[in-house]
Structure formats: C-alpha cells, structure tokens
Design a protein around this ligand. Structure first.
Ligand SMILES: [Zn+2]
Ligand SMILES: [Zn+2]
Length: 334
C-alpha cells in the first residue's frame, strides 16, 4: 500500500532508518540508536552509539551509569548520518530533553514525535510544528474521552486539599522523570514556596533538572524530616510508593496521583487515590487531532497507544494514515 518512504521502516522493535543503518527508540540493543527522550521505554541502554539531546544523554547516564557511545545533538542542530540522511532534533514539549526527530532523505521529510504534548511545561521548551511528508505520532491518550484539564486547575485542587487539612500531608504519586519536576515547578509558579518533601527515589532526577537550569525551589528528603514537619506539607513519591510501608511514616496522608489516567475513575480507585489529579505529559485527544491538522502531513503513522480511534479520525477527515505495530512501549510516563 505504501510504496514510497521505503527508506524508513517500522519494525516491531523500533523504526529503522535504512540507509543510515540506525533505529529510532529501539526496544533492543542496536549498533546505532536515535533516542527521542529519557523514559525507559524509549531510551534503553546498551547501544553502540546513541544520538540524543545532551539532556537526554545526561538522563540516560544517570540511569545506566555509562556515557559510552553518546553523541549529543542540540535542539535545532542538523547532523548528517551515513546514507545521506540528515537528522534534526526539535522540541517535543514532553519532558526535559525530549525531542521529535526530523529525518530528511532524497527530498522527503519524516518526523517521529516520540512522546509529546502541546500544553505548556516550565521544565522544557514547547513542541514545534514541523511540516513533513510522514508524521509518526504517538497516541497514548488517543480516545475522545481523554481531555486533560488546564494544569492550573489541578494544581489549585492540590493546594486547596493542603489548606483544608493543616494536620495532614498531601502525598502526590508522580513519575520520577518529568511528572514530578513539572508538578513541583507548577506549584512554584502557583506561589507555593514552602519546602517540598521528596521520597529518596526522586532526589537524583530532581538534582539533574536543577543542574540543567530548572529551578525547583526548596526540596528536602522525607527521611530528614522532624516529627511534625510534614503536617501541612506536600510530599512527592513514585506511584509505587503510594500504598507501601514507606508512606506509613507520614502524618495521615491525603493520597493524590498526577497522571492522565486519573481521568478514569477506576484507575484512581485501584490505587486508593483520594485526590486524582489529571496531569499528563502526553497530548490528549484534542491535541493529537489538532497536531495532525497543524503538521498537515501527506500521511500519518500512528503508534504507541490507542491507534484505532485516531486512525478512524484520520479516515473520516480524508487523511492518509496507518497504525504501526511497535511493541514494548509502556506508559512509564503518563
Ligand atoms: Zn512513551
Ligand atoms: Zn515519554
């Protein structure tokens, strides 16, 4: 059906850029990898060479304890790969260092978004629209039911819960890369300047963000808190710590979780979340469809989520589209 664009080939474990012998976000170790961002389902260790933004490479170094084969590319900089493929990394607005990968070869342009969002985020530069022939888009929240409210509304809920319960603490489950730092930065933007307390697992990534110039304000570890210091405080932990023994040391915590999935009541109930906060680093349905309109590609390739509904939407709007069957992409980062 799709005879052209033969130089870019979707395979189950990644997207292959054939003339350059390299893979985008491969889920297995390869000789040459182009990595969109640091989430574990996109950035795996063990590649011979890894091309990514300096921020993403720093995140990968923190996680995999090696910089071997790292080749940094700044936003907007173009490098030439073997086989006459030009590659440019462009902001995706997802997390620190996240990029869309723009590939040009034989007069054709392909854009691979990785994960992205269109709403503002104080921790990374905004998504840029790049016109192209083939637009490879994620679809994590590719159903009309997913519409993320403005983050200000959700942050206001969090601050109100805290103000209403000065003897308790608010415990927010948030992914350690991206979500946690965005929630902290948005709390600061909303005028909350008290100490924010961290689970130990969040510390190193928060420090890395600070090293890259993202001001997160006063942060301290829960293990260093005095007996009553946590009353009326906001505590950030990984989602896995929300209901485990660790949280028993906290004063009567109000359990919150920051995730796009909090739109689904059942998901909140499963995790015993009292205060669901619909905060996502992915495009919602409206952003996905608007982005396809803005980019206006010759053809869209949909991956990594709920492909079917977005595929249908493209068909209804007379837009060429196909679903890719990539495997191994989980939502570490919703
Ligand atoms: Zn992802
Ligand atoms: Zn991601």
């Amino acid at each position: 059906m799709i005879a052209d664009f033969a130089w870019i080939r979707p395979e189950p474990h990644g997207i292959q850029v054939v003339p350059a012998d390299c893979w985008i976000d491969p889920s297995q170790a390869v000789a040459n990898a182009l990595v969109t961002h640091g989430h574990a389902d996109h950035a795996r260790g063990g590649h011979g060479r890894t091309v990514a933004t300096p921020e993403t490479l720093a995140i990968m170094e923190l996680r995999y304890q090696t910089r071997e084969g790292a080749l940094p590319v700044n936003y907007g900089e173009t490098i030439r790969l073997p086989g006459e493929v030009d590659v440019t990394y462009v902001p995706a607005g997802h997390v620190l260092g996240s990029a869309q990968i723009v590939l040009e070869h034989a007069g054709e342009r392909v854009v691979v978004t990785g994960d992205y969002k269109r709403s503002s985020d104080p921790t990374c530069p905004p998504f840029e629209v790049v016109p192209c022939d083939v637009f490879v888009t994620e679809a994590t929240f590719g159903l009309p039911v997913f519409s993320h409210p403005p983050i200000e509304t959700e942050i206001a809920k969090l601050l109100k819960a805290r103000a209403d319960h000065p003897d308790r603490c608010v415990l927010v489950g948030a992914y350690a890369l991206g979500k946690a730092q965005r929630v902290i930065a948005e709390l600061r933007r909303a005028g909350h300047h008290d100490v924010i307390w961290l689970h130990g697992a969040m510390e190193r990534m928060c420090r890395l963000y600070e090293e890259w110039g993202i001001d997160l304000g006063a942060l301290r570890l829960v293990t260093d808190a005095g007996k009553d210091e946590l009353r009326g405080a906001i505590v950030i932990c990984p989602p896995s710590a929300l209901n485990d023994r660790w949280s028993r040391r906290l004063p009567d915590p109000i359990t919150a979780m920051a995730s796009g999935w909090m739109r689904i009541r059942q998901r909140a109930r499963q995790r015993n979340v009292e205060l669901p906060l619909v905060i996502s680093d992915h495009a919602d349905w409206g952003e996905l469809t608007r982005t396809i309109e803005d980019v206006n590609p010759h053809e869209s390739w949909i991956t990594h989520g709920r492909e079917e509904a977005l595929l249908r939407w493209c068909q209804l709007h007379q837009r060429r589209a196909r679903a890719l069957a990539l495997v191994g992409y989980e939502d570490e980062d919703d």
